[in-house]
Design a binder for this molecule. Structure first.
Ligand code: HXC
Length: 259
């Protein structure tokens, strides 16, 4: 299948696959085609053995200011049901390799939901977050009410979702929405550092850790621990487990092969 990317840019930094949302004139408002392009690019990087980590970032002055209001304005429920756009969004959760969201400017509505689909979020200090949907007479539809609530709990999720108010990177950090906040001008460099550090780790460990952490949201503690244990056992079939432990004993840097 040929994918003519027009609304995103993809690039490589060694083992890091970078996706840049690229509709800066509308603050990277996400339309259906753009989401399809993002998912296609993520899946392509996920299948590429030379890619270890992915980054999603935004061009211009925002990560993404939400779903494209122009595209939604005249839609009816039946259009939405028939188009079934959320199957594309659901595919993001099936990506095996870690996705880092590098957030700056505005992270609103569907843009916030895209961010919450990533595994690690880093933000520039002037980033503004919010779910403004309530003010448009709609609500989040790509996981916002679910993921935000699981992440920060009922009280704060209700506050942000029902008021639609924007909040700061410091507040997002305080709630545990992002893992780190950096001066805006350092965000790209810090994202690269984080991506490269993860890319150097044994890929199977990274993959199974991601899978296990996601299970914590879906399973009971007991079931999650069973799943964790199976992944733990599985890693003892990998060459990298032998290499990692031998390298430790021999006081040398491990040479991981990703299998
Ligand atoms: C379409 C958008 C847009 C959006 C911004 N633009 N956000 N177009 N959809 N979500 C366009 C503006 O119309 C404008 O185009 C240009 O981008 C620059 O935006 P301005 O408003 O002029 O910039 P500024 O004054 O700095 O205000 C920035 C802003 C504001 C606060 C982020 O743009 C804003 O409130 N945007 C909408 C945010 C929002 O409501 N998002 C939720 C969408 S619903 P022109 O042509 O005038 O220059 C949603 C549902 C998800 O996400 C459902 C699941 C997928």
């Amino acid at each position: 299948m040929v994918n003519n990317e027009t609304m995103i840019k993809t690039a490589r930094d060694n083992a890091v696959g970078i996706i840049t949302l690229n509709r800066p004139e509308v603050l990277n408002a996400l339309n259906i085609k753009m989401v399809a392009e993002i998912v296609f690019a993520l899946e392509r990087f996920d299948r590429d053995e030379t890619v270890k980590v992915m980054v999603i970032q935004g061009a211009g002055r925002a990560f993404a200011a939400g779903a494209d209001i122009d595209e939604m304005l005249d839609k009816g429920s039946i259009d939405l049901e028939l188009h079934n756009q959320f199957t594309d969004w659901d595919r993001i959760a099936k990506i095996k390799k870690p996705i880092i969201g590098a957030l700056h400017g505005f992270v609103l509505g569907g843009g916030f939901e895209l961010a919450l689909s990533c595994d690690i979020l880093l933000a520039g200090q002037n980033t503004e977050f919010g779910f403004p949907e309530v003010g448009l007479g709609i609500m989040p539809g790509a996981g916002g009410t679910q993921r935000l609530t699981k992440l920060i709990g009922h009280q704060r999720a209700m506050k942000w979702l029902l008021t639609g108010a924007r909040f700061s990177a410091a507040e997002a950090m305080n709630c545990g929405i992002v893992s780190s906040v950096f001066p805006d001008e350092l965000l790209k460099e810090e994202t690269k550092k984080m991506a490269r550090a993860i890319a150097e780790k044994p890929a199977l460990s990274v993959r199974l850790i991601k899978e296990s952490v996601h299970k914590a949201n879906e399973l009971s503690l007991f079931e999650g621990m069973q799943q964790e244990r199976k992944n733990f056992y599985l890693l003892f079939s990998s060459e990298d487990q032998k290499e990692g432990m031998r390298a430790f004993k021999e006081r040398r840097k491990a040479d991981f092969k990703g299998r």
